[in-house]
Design a protein around this ligand. Structure first.
Ligand SMILES: Cc1cc2nc3c(=O)[nH]c(=O)nc-3n(C[C@H](O)[C@H](O)[C@H](O)COP(=O)(O)O)c2cc1C
Length: 176
């Protein structure tokens, strides 16, 4: 059931120092590839980092202002980039005054996290990182817009935290 997956995904901040299988990472990208997007624009690309020599500098680049120290043990990173939206999505964004690209990328990232969870992996979405360091480390085009980085790996712990969330009544109601 999907809710089992929802309940078992949490941000992992204690990774085992362990490699992540290439096939599992490919499956995560496949889940993102099939994600919905405004006007089917698919304004995303992904750089998968799992090479020994690249993991350390990317981990360090996610440790901006002393944060995210736990990424040292992540077995892989997925660097999520924003690509150009198609014409209709761009027009839609302007007319609707909504950044559809951001929404699209958020959905794709969610697909990645759930596919990772379904395969026994753990993830942490990282919004804080030194994009220039990542771009240099990975020899990416200088103007590439990195929106998020996902740390992927195997959790050290085999229990889940209690989820801290707003109650139903605080976030939803049935319209009358
Ligand atoms: C856009 C975004 C950026 C985030 N950035 C970070 C981050 O830089 N470091 C971190 O440890 N967690 C980060 N998180 C994880 C959130 O803190 C986490 O999802 C939230 O507290 C709920 O906890 P859970 O994911 O364990 O359910 C981020 C999550 C999102 C969606």
């Amino acid at each position: 059931m999907f809710m089992n997956l929802v309940n078992s995904r949490e941000s992992c901040r204690h990774f085992l120092k362990k490699e992540v299988e290439r096939e599992k990472l490919i499956n995560c990208i496949e889940a993102a590839r099939l994600a919905p997007s405004a006007c089917n624009s698919q304004p995303w690309s992904f750089v998968i980092v799992n090479k020994e020599g690249l993991l350390e500098p990317v981990a360090k680049a996610t440790q901006k202002i002393g944060m995210n120290k736990f990424t040292d043990n992540a077995g892989a990173f997925i660097v999520v980039c924003q690509e150009k939206a198609n014409f209709t999505a761009k027009i839609g964004s302007v007319l609707q005054e909504t950044a559809f690209q951001d929404i699209d990328i958020g959905i794709a990232v969610t697909h990645i996290c759930y596919e990772a969870t379904a395969q026994g992996l753990s993830t942490c979405i990282l919004g804080m990182f030194d994009d220039k360091k990542i771009i240099n480390t990975l020899n990416m085009p200088k103007n590439k817009k990195i929106k998020l980085v996902i740390a992927v790996g195997y959790a050290e712990r085999d229990y889940l935290r209690k989820k801290v969330r707003k109650e139903f009544d605080e976030i939803a109601y049935f319209a009358e």
